[in-house]
Design a protein around this ligand. Structure first.
Ligand code: ZN
Length: 201
């Protein structure tokens, strides 16, 4: 609604000072006053509506900042109140980045819970411990076998030394006592059949 101009009314008032207005002039004066009055009423209503809108906007802004606390030291982790303070001052790009991070973390957490990762980790830890224990047992067995093998070779070597060939006679002195003068004697033949003569410690 455009603001009615007051000039025609002033002209009519000037005209009234010079003599009585005609019926038509008086009517135009009345119409002009009514238009001005209507315009003022409408303008005041619009102003009140504008005022209310401004109040609502201010209330919304206050609600947005409610609970926030300034966070200015980037080296510290913000509290929730400080996080909101930062969020309210972030650029749209920064907000999108943060939102993407939060969603990604939520998804990871969701899968972690869904797939029960803590229990899986515990099971894997137990299996690792069992495997370590089994390995220790195998190593213990191996050490035992090594000791036994060593003892066995020592015994075989002692027997071989006992049944050495007499250089001059050409046979084993021990077995010749029982009439065995072949070389190698029966004992050495038996050892050669079942052991490696080079396998000596
Ligand atoms: Zn012998």
């Amino acid at each position: 609604m455009t603001q009615p101009t007051a000039d025609p009314l002033r002209n009519l008032v000037d005209r009234a000072e010079r003599g009585p207005l005609t019926g038509d002039e008086a009517q135009r004066l009345r119409d002009g006053i009514r238009q001005l009055h209507d315009w003022l009423t409408t303008a005041r209503a619009a102003d009140r509506a504008e005022q209310k809108r401004a109040e609502r906007a201010e209330a919304a802004l206050t609600a947005l900042h409610h609970g926030e606390e300034p966070h200015t030291d980037d080296r510290t982790i913000p509290t929730p109140a400080q996080w909101i303070w930062r969020w309210n001052r972030a650029t749209p790009e920064q907000r999108l980045e943060v939102a993407a991070d939060i969603l990604s973390n939520s998804e990871r957490t969701y899968h972690c819970v869904l797939e029960d990762h803590p229990a899986q980790i515990e099971r894997l830890r137990q299996r690792a411990e069992e495997a370590e224990a089994a390995l220790d047992a195998v190593q213990g067995d191996r050490d035992g076998w090594r000791d036994r093998a060593h003892g066995y070779r020592t015994a075989v070597n002692a027997v071989r030394r006992l049944h050495e060939r007499e250089p001059e006679a050409g046979y084993c002195a021990v077995c010749s006592n029982h009439g065995d003068i072949t070389w190698p004697c029966a004992t050495i033949r038996a050892l050669d059949a079942h052991t490696n003569s080079k396998d000596q410690t």
